[in-house]
Design a protein around this ligand. Sequence first.
Ligand code: 7PJ
Length: 286
Amino acid sequence: MPSFHFRQMILQCGTYRLILDRPLIMGVVNVTPDSFSDGGHYLRLDAAVDHARRLIDEGADLLDIGGESTRPGAATVSLDEERRRVLPVLQALASAGVPLSVDTQKPELMHEAVAAGAAMINDVNGFEAADALAAVSAGNSAICIMHKQGSPQTMQQAPRYGDVVSEVNGYLQTRIAAAEAVGIARQRIVIDPGFGFGKTLEHNLGLLRDLGRVVAGGVPVLAGLSRKSMIGALTGREVGDRVFGSVAAALIAAQRGAAILRVHDVAATRDALAVWKAVEFNKNKD
Ligand code: 7PJ
């Protein structure tokens, strides 16, 4: 047995039932002006859909579509604008064959996304907005509850914790209970320690090192490390040149039992996982 240990967990994810006996790759599809720099709305939508299709070809098991940047210091986006960015992309990919997640903090858009077929709602705000849990309680969509400290505008100013892993775990357990209290079955819930969201490099490294303690809670864990500033800090590289560091981080998260890896570089992550999975899971095959 490997030191970590995948229970035969099932995630109810809209009309999909995902068997989480191997880490899945979630490809990131940003529909924001800074991600697809071009002139105009329709060009941006087309570019996002093309990009999404490429990620599926490269081996993405699911996609995460986001219309509001939550990078440190990013400006907020109006409901109307976020909806105009996200819903057409969701609709265009409806028959793409993989579960589609929508990354949003807004209850109205959560509701509309679920109605339009989103299989998962991913909220970096942990569904703390009034009505957020209510917006996703009906139906079968999965929810990803992420931890953060502070708001994206200010969170990197002075993050502080006693024991970061205990505090993150405590928060996630509280939010799981809140979700279950409105009727969201445990089989629909994913948790995420929120790398980079109100955390110093040391906090992020502590969480990754001890990710097994988050996994031990028994709810599938999503890890988003791709291209983040912690990878920049460790490699000295700009955001576009962080693929090797990101792949290493994804592999470490996989080894510690992460169920879903949220990444920009799907092909590279897939190759790394293929090597690791052959060693770890196919031991008795030859
Ligand atoms: C995350 C996310 C993450 C989840 C972003 C970026 C910033 N959602 N949305 N987890 N990060 N669940 O990709 O650098 O880590 S946006």
